[in-house]
Design a protein around this ligand. Structure first.
Ligand SMILES: [Fe+2]
Length: 297
């Protein structure tokens, strides 16, 4: 659908190849100790204040906090990490006009939590993906992730097979990583939070990106309504959904929704936002160019 391709470093290409082959890849020590600590400090009050999850999917000994862009300012740098965004775009742009932020979520797996059931995050969308990429997950480690404390379990290569929830846990590997690292994995990969055998919590942040025409896991417009999103930089505003996915999807009063963040002028015209291909087709259909029609003229 879209052929935009950003320039890549060789390392990025190798990470994309690993993602395609294994379904996941770990980028070690992306954040230095100072940034990791700042992130942990910003999150801690929210993790302390939020009750534990309720449900067999979310986990009964797990705490989750969403909408992190308005709670922990440092998360914006994770979301907008250019190296990871370029990988997300390489995987997703072949099937959309622009990518979008699917969610931000802090996840604290408390001591003695049982292993999360194997699942795929693309199960949210009840439609076959036919081997195409719809979602890229990034799990940022706020604490060390170990075999013992519930590091994410990953079934290597499972993205090329049918989902099997009774898949053998012994066939999985743990996404072990030091604090400040990033585990990237495909939305089609079978995975689950690991069992925490220790008395101590392990904490991470999930940032995920999906095709721009999908309904997002997190309702971004409730998480970041106009008065909140208005203070974000424009590239972040657009990533959370204040933009049109061509053709003409997700507008506001027929306008680019970014206008809603800046100024609420009076009535405005609906203005086409077409892909170049459709624009050419419509021109050919009508055979002649037409100009703006002045009302009442
Ligand atoms: Fe998941």
């Amino acid at each position: 659908m879209n052929t935009k391709v950003l320039p890549f470093a060789a390392k990025q290409l190798s990470h994309i190849e690993t993602l395609e082959r294994d379904g996941f890849v770990v980028l070690e020590n992306v954040l230095d100790a100072r940034r990791s600590q700042k992130l942990a400090d910003e999150l801690e009050p929210w993790l302390q204040a939020t009750p534990r999850c309720e449900g067999d999917f979310y986990g009964w000994k797990t705490t989750r906090v969403g909408g992190l862009l308005s709670k922990a300012p440092s998360v914006a740098d994770l979301v907008m990490d250019p190296y990871i965004l370029a990988i997300a775009e390489a995987l997703l742009l072949p099937n959309c006009d622009c990518i979008q932020l699917n969610l931000t979520q802090a996840v604290r797996v408390h001591g003695q939590e049982r292993p999360q059931a194997p699942h795929r995050d693309e199960e949210m969308w009840p439609w076959p993906t036919n081997g195409q990429h719809w979602l890229l997950n990034v799990m940022w480690s706020v604490s060390d992730f170990t075999e013992e404390n519930g590091a994410t379990r990953l079934w290597r290569g499972s993205h090329r097979q049918e989902l099997d929830r009774s898949i053998d846990p012994a066939d999985s590997v743990a996404g072990v990583m030091q604090r400040g690292s990033a585990l990237l994995f495909l939305g089609s990969l079978t995975h689950g939070a690991g069992q925490n055998l220790t008395p101590y919590p392990r904490t991470g942040i999930i940032v995920s990106y999906c095709l721009g025409w999908l309904k997002t896991y997190e309702n971004q417009f409730l998480a970041y309504p106009r008065e909140v999103a208005a203070s974000f930089p424009e590239d972040l505003q657009r990533l959370i959904g204040y933009r049109i996915h061509r053709p003409n999807l997700g507008g506001w009063e027929g306008q680019d929704p970014i206008a809603h963040l800046r100024d609420t002028r009076g009535p405005a015209p609906h203005v086409d936002a077409l892909t170049p291909e459709i624009a050419v087709q419509l021109k050919a259909h009508y055979g002649e160019a037409q100009e703006r029609d002045e009302d009442g003229a």
